[in-house]
Design a protein. Structure first.
Lengths: 167, 275
């Protein structure tokens, strides 16, 4: 049975934003700190460090979760996607990111990466949500600037546009 | 904040998790979804010297029918149960309650058994287990035992689980013909812990009401042939019996009023949707 000693630095092999990567962490290192301080992926923001604010939300194997409640060593062999995975290499925004810009879905931007990761998974599962459903999904994120209206509008507009593009 | 140092055991099988628990002699904590555990460790409220990670233990990730109950393994997440196709028809109470449990983002990780182990008096899943009369399966290197919700839930974040035991599964009884169910809660915000949560089951003769967030554990009251004209009086008596107290979220008086009002609402709703 694999037992990792508290002092031992582990080598973590995983896929980060589509690329195979390796980083070092001891068991107590949080995934949020690992992503930011070891891997240099600073789009993963840290707010409360106890699961409440949602700033640190990333996708692990396609499912959004709190990186502050995850240990770095737990992503061994898995796929992690942060906000950096959304825009293309030429810094082209995704439709969702563009909608946040258009609808004033952000001000300071601290909450934005987490919300973008949540909304990307959520719209895949529920491509045609009601406003109430979007607000329910957003209850897992705190935004101190926008009052949420712009965020809701951006997500609703993206869903609508995607539906129109399909038909 | 960050957690203190700990050794980490990645259990590949149930047997490995049980061996590690036994060896640690009370110093270990199970890491299921981490949604309560890691928050408490980051806040330094908990300081285990060993963590046993069962989140990737394939053997513990399943949902299966066992007789008249649905059995849910210890690594199965809340979102996995919510997506189980039969949930709305066969376990309507859970179908109504789970969307109140945290958020989309925390349900992706949090487990059913982890919530039962954590046993917060405001939690939805322990309340549903108590109201439906479900049970938990506990295992250690010494053997296995099955406890009813009433025997398992002892008080504020306290269960009958001993330090070397793993909750390997939870069992929730399916809906029987003629039963109706209803759940509701008041919370500060969608997804927050409930200030008061209520769950009702009605089958025409008996009415069962479970209340969370008031006493130190979910409390269930049953009535036979409860007439509507007696309901307010019965709910008032229950509201006082639960001996809720003031805290930062609400006064005891507010909680009593919620038991009376929400209690009536779910009992009426459970009766009206019997099928
Ligand atoms: C922002 C936020 C909001 C939340 N809102 C709610 C809410 O409204 N209602 C609610 O009920 N919960 C809420 N929670 C907590 C909920 O998400 C957790 O899922 C749940 O309490 C614990 O489940 P877990 O799998 O994450 O367990 P963990 O956090 O991994 O473990 C919790 C405790 O149980 C023990 N444990 C876990 N599994 C087992 C097992 N199989 N056998 C023995 N011991 C075990 C652990 O050692 C630990 O002590 C919230 C959490 C967050 C972060
Ligand atoms: S930093 Fe992780 S939820 Fe706030
Ligand atoms: S834009 Fe500032 S916190 Fe949301």
């Amino acid at each position: 049975m694999p037992k990792l000693s508290q002092e031992a630095v582990q080598k973590i092999n995983f896929t980060l934003n589509g690329d195979a990567e390796t980083g070092l962490a001891e068991p107590r290192m949080l995934l949020s700190d690992f992503l930011r301080n070891v891997m240099g992926v600073t789009g993963c923001h840290v707010g409360c460090e106890h699961g409440v604010c949602g700033a640190c939300t990333v996708q692990i194997d396609g499912k959004v979760q709190r990186s502050c409640l995850t240990l770095a060593v737990q992503v061994e062999g898995r796929r992690v996607d942060t906000v950096e995975s959304l825009a293309g290499r030429e810094n082209e925004l995704t439709d969702l990111q563009q909608a946040f810009k258009t609808h004033h879905g952000l001000q300071c931007g601290y909450c934005t990466p987490g919300i973008l990761m949540s909304a990307s998974e959520y719209l895949q599962q529920n491509p045609n949500p009601t406003e109430e459903e979007v607000r329910d999904m957003l209850s897992g994120h705190l935004c101190r600037c926008t009052g949420y209206a712009g965020i809701v509008n951006a997500i609703m507009a993206t869903a609508k546009q995607r539906q129109e593009n399909k038909s | 904040m960050k957690p203190r140092k700990f050794d980490l055991v990645r259990a590949e099988t149930t047997a490995e998790a049980l061996a590690a628990l036994s060896e640690a002699g009370g110093e270990a904590k199970i890491f299921a979804g981490g949604q309560s555990l890691m928050a408490m460790m980051n806040l330094r409220l908990l300081d285990p010297s060993v963590l046993i990670d069962i989140s990737q233990t394939a053997e513990l990730s399943y949902i299966k029918e066992v007789g008249d109950k649905l059995e849910i393994g210890a690594a199965t997440t809340q979102v996995e149960l919510l997506s189980w196709p039969g949930l709305a028809d066969r376990l309507p109470l859970l179908h109504q309650a789970i969307p109140h449990l945290g958020h989309f983002q925390t349900r992706n990780r949090g487990t059913i058994c982890g919530s039962l182990a954590h046993s917060d008096p405001s939690s939805e899943l322990p309340l549903c287990l108590a109201t439906l009369g479900g049970e938990v399966v506990l295992k250690s290197t010494r053997g296995e035992r099955v406890l009813s919700a009433a025997d398992f839930q002892l008080g504020m974040m306290t269960t009958a689980r001993t330090d070397d035991e793993l909750i390997v599964a939870a069992r929730y009884p399916f809906k029987k013909p003629g039963e109706g169910f209803a759940f509701t809660e008041v919370a500060q915000r969608r997804g927050d812990f409930a200030i008061v949560a209520v769950a009702a089951v009605a089958n025409g003769n008996t009415t069962r009401l479970g209340v969370g967030g008031v006493a130190d554990k979910p409390t269930v009251k049953s009535w036979t042939n409860l007439a509507d004209e007696n309901l307010d009086e019965e709910l008032n008596a229950l509201a006082w019996e639960l001996k809720g107290s003031d805290d930062i979220h609400a006064t005891a008086r507010y909680r009593r009023e919620m038991v009376r009002r929400l209690g009536r609402r779910v009992i009426e709703e459970a009766n009206s949707c019997r099928s």
